[in-house]
Design a protein around this ligand. Structure first.
Ligand code: GDP
Ligand code: IMO
Ligand code: MG
Length: 423
């Protein structure tokens, strides 16, 4: 099994890369997260953002798996499938998608509770995507949640209604305007009927059998290392394991079966939501990069915060994931800048930090290396020799600093806009 995952704060371009390489695989499997993800794919000049669906869904011969480590919102799933069919009438998700019976369900009140906590000053505001992700995962850990497999049990409706009523009593204590319970309940059960059209199975057995038969599996991560529940910038993180080990636990596959680990990183950083962002570029320059890179949440439309590439954070992400190849995206967005900065380390009064670990002392400040920028539109370049010399210098600097090769350079959002880097 190979793994694709994000190395920064999400939105590195995982969807585009997976859509591209999934044709070399038999199976693509999402291992974590849910509708908080937004993986954009461009096909035939049109663009779609996948949330819970694996990014191999367009490949006819590829089996797609929604893994055990994910949380699935039936209402969002239904909308996503209908949108997918409208986008491309030839896709057949009922044929090439299977769902883990052990994946956890996101209930309508999880989403309401997410909003409630985000807006209530008695809780820390994380800046979530408001998809009920933390509420579904926390109920899983509390062992109070329902799973996809529970849909088939005769008392499912009663169990859901019990939870919805219980959560509503809790929510009624706040000043949130609540939708009618009956309305959200009806919408949920309609979505459950829709979900039942899809194959649900023990995906651990399916995947391990496939690996035994020498089929190629690609694990697809959502979010990214710095948003990992354990290793990220807690509490401003998501609620799942976003790392390579999360792929193993989320799919029930032994670490011994892992081959390549592709880490995706932008040539700069972005972050949506709250939390530390020491290389953040405030003011006009940040706005310019945001506009040029179209840095607005694929999922929520929120403007993404922009920062310089943070090598201490990237080294850490590469280390905890055991990354074997780095895929660098969006260098085209920085084209035309006189200079480009990279944070090489952090300075403290009494020393330096070469590798941050999700936490950073208050008095640490980023040390930026100024590098010469590159000119021209690189998005149509087909041969690495034709890249501007300044960009080549930038890439070889990163190769040295990271100790892991950059094997692909993505030069635009389109499928064909990617260069395989030589040796
Ligand atoms: P993901 O969540 O990691 O899949 O990334 P998103 O899809 O949320 O955000 C990445 C955005 O950048 C999408 O709009 C992609 O179409 C776009 N994109 C991906 N790679 C590149 C690239 O190399 N250059 C440019 N300009 N855009 C890219
Ligand atoms: P992809 O897979 C970027 C962020 C949210 C918030 C925090 C917690 O497209 O890279 P949550 O809704 O998960 O409880 O929010 O995590 N976040 C993401 N940021 N890309 C994502 O996914 C994200 N998924 C969650 O903005 O800061
Ligand atoms: Mg995204």
């Amino acid at each position: 099994m190979d793994i694709v995952l994000g190395l920064q704060w999400g939105d590195e371009g995982k969807g585009k890369f997976i859509d591209l390489i999934s044709e070399d695989y038999d199976i693509t499997a999402r291992f974590n997260g849910g509708a908080n993800a937004g993986h954009s794919i461009e096909r035939n000049g049109k663009r779609i953002t996948l949330k819970s669906l694996p990014s191999g869904i367009f490949m006819k011969g590829v089996q797609n798996v929604i893994g055990t480590g994910t949380v699935l919102d039936p209402v969002s799933f239904r909308k996503e499938i209908l949108n997918l069919l409208q986008f491309d009438g030839t896709v057949q998700p009922e044929q090439n998608l299977i769902i883990s019976r052990k994946a956890h369900l996101v209930l309508p009140t999880h989403k309401l509770l997410d909003v409630f906590m985000e807006e209530n000053p008695e809780y820390t505001t994380i800046g979530t995507t408001r998809n009920g992700i933390a509420q579904a995962y926390s109920n899983k850990i509390l062992r109070q949640n329902l799973r996809v497999g529970d849909m088939d049990s005769p008392d499912f409706r009663g169990r859901v209604e019990h939870i919805l009523k219980r959560d509503f009593r809790l929510l009624a204590g706040g000043d949130m305007i609540l939708p009618p319970l009956e309305e959200i309940s009806n919408e949920f059960f309609e979505a459950i009927d829709f979900l039942k059209k899809f194959t649900r199975t023990e995906i651990e057995i399916f995947l391990n059998t496939a690996i035994f038969e020498r089929k190629k599996v690609l694990a697809e991560g959502s979010q990214a290392a710095m948003l990992d529940i354990d290793h990220g910038t807690y509490p401003y993180v998501t609620s799942s394991s976003t790392t390579a080990s999360g792929a193993c636990s989320g799919l029930g596959i032994s670490p011994k079966k892992v081959g390549e680990i592709f880490g995706i990183a932008k040539a700069y950083c972005t972050r949506v939501g709250n939390g530390m962002f020491p290389t953040e570029i405030l003011g006009r320059l940040g706005e310019e990069i945001r506009d040029k890179g179209n840095e607005f949440g694929s999922n929520t439309g929120r403007p993404r915060r922009i920062g310089w590439l943070d090598l201490p954070a990237l080294r850490y992400a590469i280390m905890i994931n055991g990354v074997t190849q780095v895929i660098l995206t969006k260098a085209d967005v920085l084209s035309g800048m006189e200079s480009v900065s990279v944070c090489t380390h952090y300075e403290l009064e009494d020393g330096t930090i070469e590798q941050i670990s999700g936490v950073l002392p208050d008095n640490a400040h980023p040390v930026l290396k100024l590098m010469k920028g590159w000119e021209g539109d690189i998005s149509a370049i087909e041969n690495t020799d034709d890249l501007p010399i300044e960009l080549k210098d930038f890439l070889s600097f990163l190769n040295n600093e990271l100790g892991v090769p950059i094997t692909y350079l993505s030069t635009g959002p389109g499928r064909e806009q990617i260069l395989k880097m030589e040796g």
